[in-house]
Design a protein around this ligand. Sequence first.
Ligand code: SF4
Length: 270
Amino acid sequence: MTPLAGWPRVCYTLAKMSVLPLETGITYGPIRSRRVGLSLGVNLLPTRYKLCSFDCVYCHYGRTHVKRLSADPRDLPLSREVLRAVRAALRKYPRVDTITFSGNGEPTLHPAFPKIAAAVAKLRDEIAPNVKLALFSNATTAHRESVREALPLFDLPMLKLDAGDPHTLAAINRPAPEVSWESIVAGLRQVPNLVIQSVLIDGDVSNVKGATFEAWVDALAQINPARVQIYSTDYPVPESGVERVLPYELKRIAEIVEECTGLQIDALWF
Ligand code: SF4
């Protein structure tokens, strides 16, 4: 099962050029997102460096400066500061569709993530009940009970799975040493209402060919999420040799995976 074999392909290697700057505050945007509409971003992470348990080859914030599965609380915003910033932003931008936890790395690494998520959900209920709460996470903390207990607070818990095996995880997501593919999958299997997000890429490393593709499809079937969103990358990326998977290829991949697994697969592009 190799969806791209034999296809006429436009070689679209993404330029290794300047990546996006880090967010400079607790809230940012609103920005128009292909996945969550008009989105008010919430950054629970440091503003001076990128903190993530992954260092994905396609990350539009560039290389990860601090790669680990924990955070130094001295560099992170306090719960009350986050609440103050979100309240002010919602007053300024009352027409947003979503409040999205994302930012300069992996938001669930904030030790108070469950408490902050609960407080922001309460605030949303009070002053903007129609606004959805979304989370973009790389799933490396989904095995932690405290994180999993907070996920039902989100209307859109969107967690990443690019790799169906440890080797592909190492090649594409370049995780911190404490991260294991097995714990990611075990965590994902326990998340209700889960939306899996997979970034598909080709080139020097690929998750759309041969055994790596088949392993990813098998992992999706095992996890059995509510929905899967697949997309590729358009932004400047930190590594040369990363090739974008084109929209017609994404569409074909969605059809193949739907047929194999019975899951709902949405192919997204700009
Ligand atoms: S998980 Fe997200 S923030 Fe972290 S390196 Fe990957 S793309 Fe960047």
